[in-house]
Design a protein around this ligand. Structure first.
Ligand code: PMP
Length: 417
């Protein structure tokens, strides 16, 4: 009998039958409050009626219009619609299927446009699981284990993860920017550096928001040396952080953004946006894939953007995010095993640490499992998988946040007593 490969490590034993809004229903009829949202994907909730209707209508018309062969309307409409929400000046788009492919596209663009070999990524960043993007990923050793030789030309600079350093944010930021300058002087000269790739909030790396001073420091260095600043907004885009883009919190302009996840409510769709001038420097025909910019995915993305706007989901993410962070902090305050609670919008992480300040993977895993038994689905993240993270859909209500926090509080008491 065939079986599912053990390559997949499933965080819960749940087998889902269907989903609706913030809930998943398993094959035995149990209801689960889904604070994973398919790893930040189903932002409009599971099976939002408008997204379902748009996808169903498109399926009846055209499923696959291969975009290097023929162009199709949903993609053209999506380009126009994204024009309303993209950061100023980023007016040229390319589409693929997954986040990893979008990062690869940004990597190719950066190297082709600058003629430089190196990219600088930041400690704890996650950019994907293809060999190139796994090379750029430093949020844990497992992503590049056993696949060497990795891609050349990737250098890692520190990210201001103040809690881990045991410093205040300003000290951590100053240290990181000094180290970046040292990296320039030692291993990747600025004129050999094509791009910085950075997440506005470290996602898989532990839900650590960047800060304005740090990102301004990157922008200044990018401007001085002709380096491209790429914001990986795959997890932070489309309202997730309580502003439309994660980087909107910091007032720093990117040269390229990568997009995926929340873009199409669960249909595979990703992309990059850059200025027309920059995009013109990439080699035409060097990118693209069979399924990129799928017609049904584009129709779902158009509906997703409408829902985000009509239902005020960015504002909801901001308000519900504050409620969630506050509630999680109250739980953290009464729990010595939780060393830090942080986040931005509806990305909230609780970091478990031992009494001597070491990452506590065991308690974090126990909490995630226990919460799942009590009907609250969450994931862990961080290099040691010791951060329990909450990523509800952006349609989450105040009552559902309260429901989750009540389960979380009981769960934490149960696993730490
Ligand atoms: N970049 C970021 C910031 C991500 O969070 C992810 C997915 N967790 C990726 C890239 C990779 O996306 P995918 O899994 O769709 O390849």
């Amino acid at each position: 009998m065939a079986q599912l490969s053990p390559l997949l490590k499933q965080a819960t034993p749940v087998v889902v039958d269907h989903g609706e809004g913030a809930y998943l229903y398993d094959v035995e009829g149990n209801r689960h409050l889904d604070f994973t949202a398919g790893i930040g994907v189903t932002s409009t909730g599971h099976c939002h009626p408008k997204v379902v209707a748009a996808a169903q209508e498109q399926i009846g018309k055209l499923i696959h219009g291969q975009y290097t062969t023929v162009m199709h309307q949903p993609l053209l409409k999506l380009v126009e619609r994204l024009g309303d929400v993209l950061p100023t000046g980023l007016d040229s788009l390319f589409f693929a299927n997954s986040g990893s492919e979008a990062v690869e596209a940004a990597l190719r663009l950066s190297r082709q446009a600058t003629g430089r070999p190196n990219v600088i990524v930041f400690q704890g960043g996650f950019h994907g699981r293809t060999v190139a993007t796994a090379t750029m990923t430093t949020s844990g050793t497992r992503f590049s284990a056993g696949i060497s030789p990795l891609m050349g030309g990737v250098h890692v600079a520190p990210f201001p993860y103040a809690y881990r350093y045991g410093w205040d944010e300003q000290t951590a930021t100053k240290f990181c920017l000094r180290e970046l300058d040292y990296l320039f002087a030692t291993v990747s000269a600025p004129n050999e550096t094509a791009a910085f790739f950075v997440e506005p909030v470290l996602g898989e790396g532990g839900y650590v928001p960047a800060n304005a001073e740090f990102l301004r420091g990157l922008r200044e260095r990018a401007d001085e040396h002709g380096i491209l600043l790429v914001f990986d907004e795959i997890q932070t885009g489309f309202g997730r952080t309580g502003k439309f883009w994660g980087h909107d919190h910091f007032g720093v302009r990117p040269d390229v953004v990568t997009i995926a996840k929340g873009l199409a409510s669960g249909f595979p769709l990703s992309g990059i946006a850059a200025s027309k001038e920059l995009m013109a420097k990439a080699f035409p025909g060097s990118q693209g894939g069979t399924y990129g910019g799928n017609a049904v995915s584009c129709a779902a993305a158009l509906a997703t953007l409408d829902v985000i706007e009509e239902e005020g989901l960015v504002e909801n993410a901001a308000a519900r995010g504050r409620q969630l962070l506050e509630g999680a902090r109250l739980v953290g305050d009464k729990t010595p095993e939780i060393g830090d609670v942080r986040g931005l919008g509806l990305l909230v992480g609780s970091e478990f640490t031992t009494a001597d300040g070491k990452p506590d993977n065991a308690t974090a895993q126990a909490a995630q499992q226990e919460a799942a038994r009590r009907g609250l689905l969450m994931l862990t993240c961080g290099a040691h998988m010791n951060v329990v993270r909450m990523i509800p859909p952006l349609v989450v209500t105040a009552e559902q946040i309260d429901e989750a926090l009540a389960i979380w509080s009981e769960t934490v008491s149960a696993v730490t007593k």
